[in-house]
Design a protein around this ligand. Structure first.
Ligand SMILES: Cc1ncc(COP(=O)(O)O)c(C=O)c1O
Length: 487
């Protein structure tokens, strides 16, 4: 059912804020007070939907191992876990008659699985891009000649270069691996156009949807459509369900061929002392006891996202991105990376630097004085970040030498603010206000850099985390309260 078909059954996007665990959390700041925490690091991991917790709690009394038990709880849990696969497949518009949804731990594991399982032959080529997260680059390098398509001056994927590479390597290119949205600039690739070019070149398309799935509707399309996506991966912890699952989706026929990459319990139908006969996928690909609770959590999060409607989430986040960029463009003394005017093809990831200041110092001040959670560095996409920063290859080689010698003082990087579906203008105002203060050097603390890590720490600011999280109240793991009292 499309979001519009759901009509007035949709939950208003504004209500999502009430559904976020920890939305009102306060944290200590440098002046000795506590402030409401503004979380703007959703590209790394999102907070949890309350309704995810609700469904996990409802499920836990029924929790049991799946696929092998005969008791009622095991049957119920198996039924639920099997359904979860279909929920995810439908969420990304996969054709469930031909596709298979495989549960793994995260996108990284999904891509590694695909690379382990892909029947590469010597000389085969994978085309990927310099924009990729390392997880969509390093696995390919182990098995195939990996070609990296470059970017344009403003950080967009060079589609002309992609097409030239497809022509140049036609016959040898077996797979093209692109991100649906970048974790650095939020730029989205035209995945269906790319699919058409890739299929015409006789190759298959993998889309890393880790940053796309939480923000935009996805339709993998049916296999007969030349614009369909062959393989796709996503992570639940970026979709408001941080309980250790991710998914790889691809053709059933693909997973039927060859041996599974991880073997053991669950993947086999029959085992003799010298032979093993594999189960059908997805069982064949989910070795060992699966993360059933993580799967339930992902399905519950999808239910919330669909309850609001991915089109509505996209529109809300886009309006917030426009607002944020407009305000940040008015701040003097900062550099924004990637396109700043045409934002249509971008999810809410905003990379910037404060001129003349180390990115790690800016991020430390944001946290310590502004109670704002952002991230800094190269975000597991070193080649892309360094190209955006115009680091030359000589500088890169020198930096690498210093970093490998243990000195990260000058490690290149950016600050990244990233929006989720529950953020609002007040969150953006807090961000912009803090960026302005930092750009005007109106911060109060004295920060010292640890050159071994590159991180900055405020002098004299000590926090006792045990005050906020009681499991480690005294540094050691605590006894449950009742136990401690009676002992
Ligand atoms: C675009 C992209 N791909 C892959 C990953 C890896 O995801 P995970 O850490 O969940 O394996 C990330 C994580 O930030 C990402 O942003």
């Amino acid at each position: 059912m499309s979001d519009t078909d759901r009509g007035n059954r949709l939950l208003p996007v504004e209500n999502l804020r009430d559904d976020i665990v920890g939305i009102d959390t306060v944290v200590p700041v440098l002046d000795g007070t506590e402030r409401r925490y503004v979380f703007l690091d959703n590209a790394a991991s999102t907070p949890t939907f309350r309704r995810v917790l609700y469904w996990i709690e409802e499920f836990l009394p029924w929790y049991s191992g799946v696929h092998r038990g005969t008791g009622f709880k095991s049957l119920l849990a198996t039924d639920a876990f099997d359904r979860v696969h279909d929920v995810v497949g439908r969420f990304v518009g996969a054709d469930l008659s031909t596709s298979c949804v495989v549960f793994v731990r995260n996108t990284t594991e999904a891509i590694n699985k695909l690379s382990n399982r892909f029947p590469f032959a010597p000389g085969d080529v994978v085309i990927t891009t310099v924009m990729e997260h390392h997880s969509n680059d390093l696995p390919w390098r182990r098995y195939a000649t990996t070609v990296h398509v470059g970017i344009t001056d403003d950080g967009q994927l060079d589609l002309g270069a992609l097409r030239r590479n497809l022509a140049q390597y036609k016959g040898r290119v077996k797979l093209v691996a692109v991100s649906g949205a970048s974790n650095i600039t939020g730029l989205c690739s035209p995945i269906h156009d790319i699919a058409e070019w890739v299929h015409a070149a006789g190759a298959l398309l993998f889309v890393d949807a880790a940053q796309l799935a939480p923000h935009r509707p996805i339709t993998m399309l049916d296999d007969a459509d030349p614009r369909h996506i062959d393989f796709l991966a996503l992570s639940a912890h970026k979709m408001y369900a941080p309980f250790g699952t991710g998914v790889l989706i691809g053709p059933k026929a693909f997973f039927e061929q060859g041996d599974p990459d991880v073997v053991g319990g669950g993947v086999v139908d029959v085992v003799t002392l010298d032979k093993a006969f594999w189960n059908h996928p997805p069982l064949k690909e989910e070795a060992g006891s699966p993360n059933v609770v993580g799967g339930i959590a992902l399905a519950a999060a999808i239910s919330v996202l669909q309850g609001v409607g991915m089109e509505n989430i996209q529109a809300h986040e886009h309006a917030l991105l426009e607002y944020c960029m407009k305000r940040l463009k008015g701040v003097r003394g900062i550099t924004l990376y990637g396109p700043t005017d045409t934002l249509q093809g971008k999810v809410g990831v905003i990379p910037f630097n404060v001129d003349g200041m180390h990115h790690a110092l800016v991020a430390a001040i944001m946290s310590t004085e502004g109670a704002i959670g952002v991230r800094d560095g190269c975000f597991c996409a070193h080649p892309y970040v360094k190209q955006l920063l115009r680091v030359t290859s000589e500088q890169d080689a020198q930096l690498a030498g210093r970093i490998l010698a243990g000195d990260k003082a000058d490690i290149p990087g950016m600050v990244r603010a990233s929006l989720g579906c529950y953020n609002n203008e007040e969150d953006v105002d807090r961000l912009v206000h803090m960026v302005e203060r930092i750009a005007h050097r109106e911060y109060r603390g004295k920060y010292v850099q640890d050159t071994a890590t590159g991180a900055f720490h405020p002098e004299g600011f000590r926090v006792h985390y045990g005050r906020y999280f009681s499991l480690f109240e005294d540094g050691e793991v605590s006894l449950p309260r009742g136990y401690a009292e009676s002992s």
